[in-house]
Design a binder for this molecule. Structure first.
Ligand SMILES: [Zn+2]
Length: 147
């Protein structure tokens, strides 16, 4: 298992770092897949949350086994494997197009009004999934993304 601790193509340090500690610790699968998704998408992607140390994850009420965790004893990860991509200002068609592309490229996708949660759980042997993540009042459903 390898980790990556630097900025990525298209994604500066401040977008990747834990908002609590400033730490960047990415699983290598995620570090490779995020710029690839950005290139295929062909437009800007702005993460609002990527790395979370266990302490910061607790502070923000994150799931105890969150794929955002830099250290995740419950999972075979070597760092954060998730990003929340801001999409509140996108229209529904663009949101759906992004969710479908991410899924096609191996990401699990969580729909939230403010952002699209994407993670690489499938890279560590977990089932790829599309799900609702908190508040979702968008114009499409999980089935629209998987269909
Ligand atoms: Zn998330």
């Amino acid at each position: 298992m390898r980790s990556w601790t630097s900025p990525l193509p298209f994604f500066p340090a401040h977008e990747l770092a834990c908002k609590g500690s400033g730490e960047i610790l990415l699983d290598i699968h995620f570090a490779v897949a995020l710029p690839a998704l950005r290139m295929e998408w062909g437009g800007p992607l702005t993460p609002t949350s990527v790395c979370r140390t266990p302490a910061h994850n607790k502070n923000v009420g994150g799931h105890p086994r969150s794929m955002h965790l830099t250290v995740n004893p419950a999972r075979k990860t070597a760092g954060c494997m998730a990003a929340d991509i801001a999409w509140r200002d996108w229209n529904s068609e663009t949101q759906l197009r992004f969710a479908k592309l991410a899924r096609k490229m191996g990401w699990s996708v969580g729909l939230h009004d403010g952002f699209c949660h994407i993670d690489r759980r499938a890279d560590i042997g977990m089932a790829k999934n599309v799900f609702l993540y908190g508040t979702w009042s968008g114009a499409f459903t999980v089935d629209d993304v998987t269909g």
